[in-house]
Every structure is written in C-alpha cells, then in structure tokens.
Design a binder for this molecule. Structure first.
Ligand SMILES: [Ca+2]
Ligand SMILES: [Ca+2]
Length: 252
C-alpha cells in the first residue's frame, strides 16, 4: 500500500469515527432533553393525581356535610311546613272572621248613618224617623204635637212597619196588660162614618189590620184609630177624645 492510499483510508476512518462520536453526543443530548421532559411530565401527572385526590376528598367531605345538614334540616323543614299549613288555615279563618266583622261594621255604620239622619230621640226605620210620646193626650193634641215637629201621626205602609213601631213602643214604655192599651195613629173616619182615611193624605186606607169585631163605633164617636199593643198591634177605632200616648213619623 502506498502512502497516499493509506492516508486516504486513515482520513476516511477518522471522519467516520468522528461522525459516530458526534452522533452519539447528539443522541445523548436529545436523550437527556427527552428524559428531562419525561420527568417533568411525570411530575406534573403526579401533581395532578395528588390534586385530583385532594378534590375527591373535599368533595366527599362536602357530600358528608350536605348529608348531615339535610338530616338536621329535614325534620325542621317538615315542622316548618306543618306550622306554615296551620298558619295558612288560621289566616283563612281570621280572614273569614274579618270579612264577617267588616260586614257587621258596615251594617252598623249604615244604622249609625240613619240614626244621624234622625233628630235625637227619633228612631230610624226604612226612610222614616219615629218617636213615641208617652204623655197621654187626645187624638187632636197628638196630631198637633207631631205637626209642630214637622211630622205626622204614624201611618202604616204595611205589616212590617206595624211590627217595627209596635216593638219600639213596647221597648220604650210599660203598657200594662190591658186589652185596650195602645197609642194613636194617623187615621180616622171623621169625614164620613165608616170610611177611614189616612190623615196626612186624606186618602182611604189602602190596607187594614183591625182587631176582629172592629171598627165597631161602640160609643157615639169612635172615629180615630189606635194600635192595640197587647193584641199584636191590631187596630181599634176609639173616641178621639180618649187620652193615649202616640207615635209620630217623619221622612228623613
Ligand atoms: Ca167611627
Ligand atoms: Ca172600637
């Protein structure tokens, strides 16, 4: 082998060996880098696993806490619902009582309003005010007193008015038990015997509530009508000169 060939072979071998060393060095460096990254990733995975375990622990603790709270709260909530239901029932009952009282209050207010529309001592009924005068006078004096007070001797529109006036008269005066006790009303047959008329309008009676057997004009002049308090308020013709209490009526 000549020297040239030997040199070339030597150089080629050197280059190849150098290349091998260089490649191995590069490989080692890359391997280290990858190893470092792998270690890093492993560490991160480990951290994540620890973190995840911690979260699971906390979640379990939280679940236990919620369970314990629900065990405490459930009976309380049930009791609250029972109390709430009772309160609702009580409120409904109170509302009904309130509405009932409100209606009574409104009715009383109406009565008070009517009372205010009547002068002191006069009592309201429908659209009129009434007063019972206990002083016994003849029919003409009774009519005069009523007229002087912008009223008339009571004239009954119907049975309800008789009932009201009779109950008022009984409440405000002691009449005894006599069959003929009573008070004057505004009707008579002075113009024509047997034809009774309401005094204020001079119109014939539109209805009658005579005691059976009346009118009888048993005395000479029984021209004025009275109400018999002990005979359900029925009517009797009597002498206009008789002294009796009387009831006046005036419109509101
Ligand atoms: Ca008569
Ligand atoms: Ca009579």
């Amino acid at each position: 082998m000549d020297i040239k060939l030997f040199s070339m072979i030597f150089i080629l071998c050197f280059v190849e060996i150098s290349t091998i060393f260089v490649s191995e060095e590069t490989f080692q460096r890359k391997f280290k880098t990858l190893k470092y990254r792998l270690d890093n990733v492993t560490l991160q995975v480990s951290n994540f696993q620890n973190y995840n375990a911690d979260i699971l622990n906390r979640l379990e603790t939280c679940n236990n806490f919620v369970w314990n709270i629900s065990q405490i709260l459930f009976p309380t909530v049930k009791q609250c619902q029972e109390v709430s239901n009772k309160l609702i029932e009580k409120t409904d009952s109170l509302t009904q009582k309130y509405e009932s009282l409100l209606k009574k209050y409104e009715a009383l207010e109406k009565e008070i309003s009517k009372l205010k529309q009547c002068s002191p001592g006069w009592l309201p009924y429908m659209n009129s005010c009434y007063i019972l005068k206990k002083e016994a006078v003849d029919w003409f004096q009774a009519r005069k007193w009523c007229r002087n007070n912008q009223a008339k001797l009571v004239e009954y529109s119907d049975m309800d008015e008789v009932t009201f006036v009779l109950s008022t008269a009984k409440a405000y005066h002691y009449w005894g038990t006599g069959d003929w006790a009573g008070f004057w009303v505004g009707a008579n047959d002075q113009q024509k015997e047997g034809v009774f008329k309401w005094t204020s309008s001079n119109i014939n009676l539109h209805w009658r509530y005579w005691l059976p057997g009346q009118p009888d004009s048993i005395s000479v002049d029984e021209d004025c009508i009275m109400t018999l308090v002990n005979q359900q308020g029925k009517w009797n013709d009597d002498s206009c000169d008789r002294k009796l209490p009387f009831v006046c009526e005036k419109y509101m």
